[in-house]
Design a protein around this ligand. Structure first.
Ligand SMILES: Nc1ncnc2c1ncn2[C@@H]1O[C@H](COP(=O)(O)OP(=O)(O)OP(=O)(O)O)[C@@H](O)[C@H]1O
Ligand SMILES: [Mg+2]
Length: 408
């Protein structure tokens, strides 16, 4: 009664109310997560049918059948159903990658090329950074390459939709990057988690990583005397693990805190998602001024890769006009393909994942096919750019070796 009299539209005990929301919310997340995961709370590996698997390996259907006869016990083959005597099989990425290895058909990053560290960043919130980072990471893995995704946002969304782990309930302080950056960059390898996608690993996050903004700039806490500049900690930490991957993606939060600064300093390239709307565009223009000032202070900084991704495109006239304007202005720095806003992407997000997790669409097959085609187009465009960069790096290194031999 009293509460009603004082705060009829709010609460006299906001702390208790938030605590109630927090507990009820986490309980709901757990129920949802447990519904979609295996008994050990890990997300189920998605599977592909035989025809898709053969295409991914790059062999014909008869060759694929012969491969299965030759390697009958490879892990990751699932009996989907039986039709008469016939067992219909489906294949996880683990099985597909093994067969890629046996047949030597998978793409190999050229010798003498370097893993690429790519920051997915934009100051504006909700523009699709996390969706882009997680989808790109999964697509890189589907292509048979090795990806590591660093979740640099205390909201932990990338962690949740990549692994199914509930960031605040199932990760401890020491599972996140805070201690690594503040005290021991050599320990990054110890907090890397495998996911249900073979070849796609993550460095998870939860609210604990907010402490980086307090501890890293603080001279009494940041171990500068032994570990050097707090802005170079990620660079240092990644040096210890980067050779295990082809691409390292960093999902930055919507801020320019010390984690984002570490990411921009450590990265070889950036992907900046911008939805085609005036408010997102003007926010990006402000971001360019901030980046300009940052790069001015990093005198040797080069970006081997920079692309703007038009994200969450809803296809309406206003969005199309904005897209045209952005393309005119930023030219080749805008990816040719854009990311469409689709119900399928939102549906997958509501099921704690992305559409690359969906083995079989529950709704319209055609809508799913179109949605995944759009995402594939974006991700393959980016991955092809990476392949070109690696090929150039390898050619250049080879040329330098030859020159060295001739001159030396
Ligand atoms: N292509 C898409 N189609 C439909 N929904 C999308 C698409 N891309 C992103 N979304 C949704 O938009 C919301 C914001 O996306 P996302 O979390 O990727 O943005 P963000 O830039 O990482 O946000 P933040 O700044 O809060 O980290 C999410 O609910 C996500 O599911
Ligand atoms: Mg995000």
């Amino acid at each position: 009664m009293l509460e009603q009299a004082i705060a009829p539209y709010g609460s006299d005990e906001p702390e208790k109310l938030m605590d109630k929301f927090y507990n009820a919310g986490n309980e709901m997340l757990l129920t949802l997560r447990n519904y979609i995961t295996t008994p050990d709370n890990r997300k189920r590996s998605r599977t592909w049918g035989a025809i898709e698997a053969a295409q991914m390996i790059g062999v014909s259907n008869p060759t694929f059948r012969k491969l299965l006869e030759k390697y009958p016990t490879i892990p990751g083959v699932v009996i989907d159903k039986t039709e008469g005597d016939r067992k219909i099989k489906r294949f996880t990425l683990q099985a597909i990658n093994m067969l890629r290895n046996y047949t030597n058909t998978g793409y190999q990053r050229p010798k003498r090329s370097k893993p690429l560290i790519i920051a997915i960043s934009n100051l504006k919130g909700g523009v699709g950074k996390t969706e882009t980072a997680v989808d790109l990471g999964k697509k890189i893995a589907i292509e048979g390459l090795r990806a590591l995704l660093l979740d640099f946002d205390a909201q932990g969304t990338a962690t949740l939709i990549s692994s199914g782990l509930i960031p605040d309930l199932e990760l401890k302080y020491e599972d996140t990057i805070t201690n690594v950056l503040v005290s021991n960059p050599d320990n990054l390898k110890d907090i890397i988690l495998k996911t249900h996608f073979d070849g796609f690993e993550i460095v998870p996050a939860n609210l604990a990583i907010q402490d980086c903004d307090l501890l890293l700039p603080n001279e009494r806490e940041n171990n500068q005397a032994t570990l050097g500049s707090p802005y170079l900690r990620l660079t240092k930490a990644l040096n210890g693990v980067k050779e295990n991957y082809d691409v390292i993606l960093i999902d930055c939060g919507p801020n320019l805190g010390i984690l984002t600064l570490n990411a921009i300093i450590a990265c070889d390239g950036m992907v900046i998602p911008i939805p085609p709307s005036m408010s997102d565009y003007s926010s990006f223009i402000m971001y360019t001024a901030t980046l300009r000032n940052l790069f001015k202070n990093l005198s040797n900084k080069k970006l081997e890769y920079l692309r703007i991704l038009i994200s969450k495109h809803n296809g309406n006239n206003e969005a199309l006009q904005m897209e045209n304007m952005m393309r005119e202005q930023f030219g080749r720095y805008i990816l040719s393909n854009h990311m469409c806003e689709t119900v399928e992407v939102s549906k997958a997000a509501n099921e704690i994942g992305t559409i690359y997790d969906v083995s079989r669409p529950r709704g319209s097959r055609e809508a799913y096919r179109r949605a995944i085609q759009h995402l594939d187009d974006v991700n393959i465009e980016i991955i092809n750019h990476f392949k070109e960069i690696w090929s150039r790096q390898a050619d250049k290194a080879k040329q330098l070796e030859v020159e060295g031999t001739v001159n030396g």
